[in-house]
Design a protein around this ligand. Structure first.
Ligand code: CMP
Length: 146
């Protein structure tokens, strides 16, 4: 069934000019972009988005990184979209991520791992993250012709 999932090109991806590459890979897989926004995340949004990691040793660094420069936030739609995106991204630790994945091909660092996708094992993460970043009016209902 079709579902919507939240995806974000992180500041390292933006800095390295990889927005297009990331979008291309998701488009190439047949997923549909229904929302996209180039933006700067502030402290408050960073804390909300990463609430589940609050208290962990890497939390402050994570907030600092995600607020360090602009990101490209997106919503993608498709059959099993959340899991599809996770597979395209590769493992969290880019050094361990398999070649062929976005992180495996383009990343080399655990913290600076280029892309965020909603956790498919965390039920409701999709909706929660989409709502946190996008207003309903910013999402477009459309379908590919073929
Ligand atoms: P992501 O899964 O998008 O969201 C949480 C992020 O925390 C994760 O990507 C990593 O970039 C980062 N992260 C997770 N574990 C660690 C860790 N042990 N040290 C540093 N950063 C981490």
């Amino acid at each position: 069934h079709d579902e919507r999932t939240f995806v974000m090109a992180k500041p390292d991806a933006v800095q390295r000019g990889l927005i297009g590459e990331i979008v291309s890979r998701l488009e190439g897989k047949g997923l549909t972009m229904v929302g996209g926004k180039f933006m700067q995340i502030d402290e408050e949004l960073a804390h909300e988005h990463y609430a589940e990691h609050e208290g962990k040793p890497f939390f402050e660094g994570l907030v600092e990184f995600i607020t360090s420069g602009p990101v490209f936030a997106m919503v993608w739609e498709g059959a099993d979209a959340t899991r599809q995106v996770r597979r395209l991204m590769g493992e969290t630790d880019a050094q361990e991520a398999a070649p062929g994945t976005i992180r495996g091909d383009l990343g080399n660092d655990l913290g600076h791992n280029l892309i965020h996708g909603s956790d498919h094992e965390d039920e409701g993460a999709n909706e929660r993250e989409i709502e946190l970043f996008f207003d309903d009016s910013e999402l477009v209902d459309w379908e590919h012709d073929t």
